[in-house]
Design a binder for this molecule. Structure first.
Ligand code: CA
Length: 242
């Protein structure tokens, strides 16, 4: 992958990572849990829909299914019950496997001295609480943005704007790594250089159309190309202490 997509103004200090489908290989379990819950409540949905809604909060996903099926939104009580069922099924199905290549990307990012933050639409305590165990010392809880921190979920830019604030950087000092169309839309709307990693079943075109600046088929290939992206930004790796 060439680095011609890197704008001259980009001067990265922080990388904002989405969580599901980027750091954890959890999307198949999310899609299965959502789809089974939707079927139980007679909501119109296909498993692929949940890759399109990915990144949105649980509440807005449930509202979307209600509008589509019944032409009105869900009540707060309905949202609570349905989200609880989905979360319980997700916990049953999710392997907790780290996305292949994710540790390597993080190692590369750290080698260039960049700060690492998580910006997720997830409200799944099971995964959020696991982050420090899976990636020890990489992400600070106070600098993590989750569904509990924002008024508006992705595709609204708020989660990524909050991520910039927590990192203390400007949009052109950050890079976002995202796998979902709604996440890419949110990051692009926040004015941040966005790298898409297409780890799911959607066509690349859907991610490009949301404004992704670069696209990789998986985290392994992003890790391999990281040095080129940094070189295009004029950055070299930090010297290793001997
Ligand atoms: Ca995601």
């Amino acid at each position: 992958m060439s680095c011609k997509g890197v704008p001259p103004r980009l001067s990265p200090k922080a990388v904002l990572f989405d969580m599901d489908g980027v750091l954890y290989d959890s999307m198949p379990s999310h899609a299965r849990a959502w789809h089974e819950t939707a079927v139980k409540y007679n909501l119109l949905a296909t498993p692929e829909d949940f890759y399109l809604f990915e990144g949105c909060t649980g509440d807005s996903t449930i509202d979307e299914l209600f509008y589509r099926t019944f032409r009105h939104g869900a009540t707060p009580e309905e949202k609570e019950v349905i989200y609880e069922e989905k979360a319980a099924l997700f916990n049953k199905y999710n392997s907790g496997h780290v996305m292949k290549g994710a540790q390597e990307v993080l190692k590369q990012v750290k080698a260039y001295g960049l700060e690492t933050l998580i910006v997720t639409g997830s409200g799944q305590h099971s995964l959020i609480n696991k982050l420090n165990h899976t990636f020890p010392g990489v992400f600070e809880r106070e600098k993590t943005v989750t569904a509990f921190d924002v008024q508006h979920g992705k595709p609204h830019p708020e989660p990524y704007l909050m991520g910039l604030e927590k990192a203390g950087v400007q949009p052109d000092e950050a890079i976002v790594i995202e796998n979902a169309p709604m996440g890419i839309r949110a990051a692009v709307a926040a004015g941040i250089f966005t790298i898409a990693v297409n780890t799911g079943p959607l066509k690349d075109e859907i991610l490009w159309n949301e404004g992704a600046n670069l696209l990789y088929p998986d985290m392994d290939s992003l890790a391999k190309d990281w040095g080129n992206i940094m070189a295009a930004c004029g950055l070299s790796p930090l010297k290793q202490e001997s």
